[in-house]
Design a protein around this ligand. Structure first.
Ligand SMILES: [Zn+2]
Length: 575
């Protein structure tokens, strides 16, 4: 008898357990998403049928049948209707306010002729206040099919531009940031349209050049430091403009499926703005902000204060950005051997290397990650040396440092395995290859290009994650372009056939990781974001087509259809 009761009891208990398994105590899902391929970037289950969220976190990811157990009347259903979903994308190196100001100002990054620039400015004049400055950025004469007939020294002249904007001063920065283009009104305000002797003197600027025509008149092009002749007359940004730019940056991120953003170098004022925006519930992108190394006082202040890891996961500050060399285009990148197209010239460091060592030590002591910008192989090597020295000096503090090198564009072959060896994360913007590789070979020559430029696959194979991105506003924010560059190693025009140095291509899975989980790792955030896993933040990006399987030549037609941030739809493309 005794036995029977206990076995009955066991049976009952067993049934109870069974019931509670197959019919869980119902948690009501806020969102239930299903109906298309869902790539999780979670290695335990790379694709799922359905995802359920509760508030701002992921409640369930798996089969639709199981997900439906969380469905109640309150649950909002999103039927993907065949569209594709991934974790929310993370821009791994960009400039958030630069993006915002690009949106606020005239964006010329996609212009392909001088006439197009003139037309865009003519449009802007229509809505500008009387006398208001019209500012823009991103034009590049090498993207034009032809130079205008009246070009001087390879650049356009201001006359056409001045005609469409006679009363509004106009100043348009070159894509490189190393030159600017002004109209007559802007030059008049700057007092540069005088032909008298003292007028000519004004046009002489050390470290810069004002381009002039045969009569000595400025043509509108201001090179390098000559840009300040115009720039100093442009009114400073107002707090209202900053706020507007911020909001435009958030909107641009949502439009591109970006839910996280590594902001590569900000100062005091920008931090204050971000905190204000957070307080006003307007910070709807997760910002991982690096402190600018140009402000030692700021860095000292933060060493004392310590890292700020946001419990709301919106604004985290725990890293320091250093700028260690220039760019390859202007031959400022610091090389071990001289430039192929300028023998005897090696580029240069833009910061004493001792500062890198100091910052690495202080970073370890105070809990800050160091993110150093390096393009050339010399800059990369010197930084790795300094990081290594700091790790050797403070072995107990280096356990989870996650120091990064931003760009890591050109490496000496001996230094490639050092990244994985030291645990230094390369943050590389794949789209730079599409834009720069066609001419980078002139700077570096074939051997160095093959052995050390844009070495994504070698780095990944050596066992270190690669963080992707665009360096916006240097390149447009569009993550699809960088994804395409990652897997094709072609220009955005699809050249060359087969891609540049194809052995360095990423697989699509690697490229997606570099925009999600690996980017999260580069910010110590792989436990809360970067994959569709239970308990992580409910940030998702939905696309019009399956970017993981569509033919390569269709990849650039991928568009973001919907962005979900913190469990809420923040962007939905209008049909
Ligand atoms: Zn940058």
């Amino acid at each position: 008898m005794q036995l029977r009761i206990s076995s009955l009891y066991a049976l009952f208990l067993g049934l109870l357990i069974l019931c509670s398994c197959s019919n869980p105590k119902k948690t009501s899902a806020t969102l239930l998403i299903h109906g298309g391929p869902i790539y999780t970037v979670d290695s335990t289950r790379t694709t799922v049928e359905a995802v359920a969220t509760k508030g701002y976190t992921i409640l369930f990811a798996g089969s639709l049948v199981e997900a439906e157990a969380y469905k109640t009347e309150e649950t909002e259903i999103i039927d993907l209707q065949g569209k594709t979903m991934t974790p929310g994308l993370i821009e791994g190196h960009g400039h958030f306010m630069g993006l915002g100001y690009n949106e606020l100002n005239v964006d010329l990054i996609n212009t392909t002729s001088y006439q197009e620039i003139v037309d865009i400015v003519a449009e802007a004049v229509k809505t500008a206040e009387p006398g208001e400055w019209i500012l823009g950025r991103g034009w590049h004469q090498s993207k034009w099919d032809a130079l205008p007939e009246d070009a001087i020294n390879g650049f356009q002249t201001h006359y056409k531009l001045s005609q469409v904007s006679p009363d509004n001063p106009v100043y348009l920065s070159h894509a490189s940031g190393h030159a600017g283009f002004a109209n007559a009104r802007a030059m008049e305000i700057a007092g540069l349209q005088v032909l008298a002797k003292d007028g000519i003197d004004k046009l002489e600027v050390e470290g810069g050049e004002v381009m002039r025509d045969k009569l000595g008149q400025p043509t509108g092009i201001f090179n390098e430091r000559a840009q300040s002749l115009i720039r100093k007359h442009i009114p400073e940004n107002t707090p209202e403009k900053d706020r507007k730019a911020f909001e435009l940056a958030v909107a641009a991120c949502h439009r591109h499926g970006i839910t996280g953003f590594h902001d590569a170098g900000i100062g005091k004022e920008t931090i204050a703005l971000y905190e204000q925006m957070k307080a006003e519930n307007k910070l709807n992108v997760r910002l991982y902000a690096m402190l600018t190394g140009w402000d030692p006082e700021l860095i000292e202040e933060w060493y004392k204060k310590g890292p700020m890891v946001d419990p709301d996961n919106l604004l985290t500050i725990r890293s320091i950005k250093l700028n260690c060399d220039g760019a390859l285009g202007s031959r400022g990148a610091w090389l071990l051997e001289s430039y192929t197209d300028r023998p005897g010239h090696f580029g240069h460091e833009t910061l004493p290397m001792e500062v890198v060592k100091e910052t690495a030590l202080n970073g370890l002591r105070n809990g800050f990650q160091v993110c150093a910008h390096a393009i050339g192989d010399r800059a990369n090597k010197e930084i790795l040396d300094r990081y290594e020295a700091a790790f050797t000096e403070l072995p107990d503090l280096k356990t989870d440092h996650r120091f990064r090198i931003e760009h890591a564009q050109h490496l000496h072959p001996d230094d490639i395995p050092r990244f994985a060896g030291l645990g230094v994360i390369p943050a590389m913007q794949a789209v730079h290859l599409s834009s720069d590789r066609p001419w980078a070979i002139d700077r570096l020559g074939e051997k160095r290009i093959k052995e050390g430029a844009y070495m994504w696959q070698d780095l990944l194979k050596s066992g270190i994650p690669v963080v992707n991105g665009t360096d916006v506003p240097v390149e447009p924010l569009n993550p699809i372009a960088s994804f395409y560059a990652s897997v094709s190693r072609k220009t955005l025009k699809g050249l060359p056939e087969g891609g540049f140095e194809p052995e360095q291509k990423m697989t699509r899975a690697q490229a997606l990781r570099s925009y999600t989980l690996d980017a999260a790792y580069g910010a110590f955030e792989e436990n809360i974001k970067g994959s569709i896993s239970v308990g992580k933040l409910a940030d998702f990006t939905i696309y019009n087509q399956d970017l993981m399987t569509v033919e390569e030549d269709k990849l650039l037609e991928t568009e973001v259809e919907m962005t979900i941030f913190n469990g809420e739809v923040v962007y939905s493309k209008k049909e």
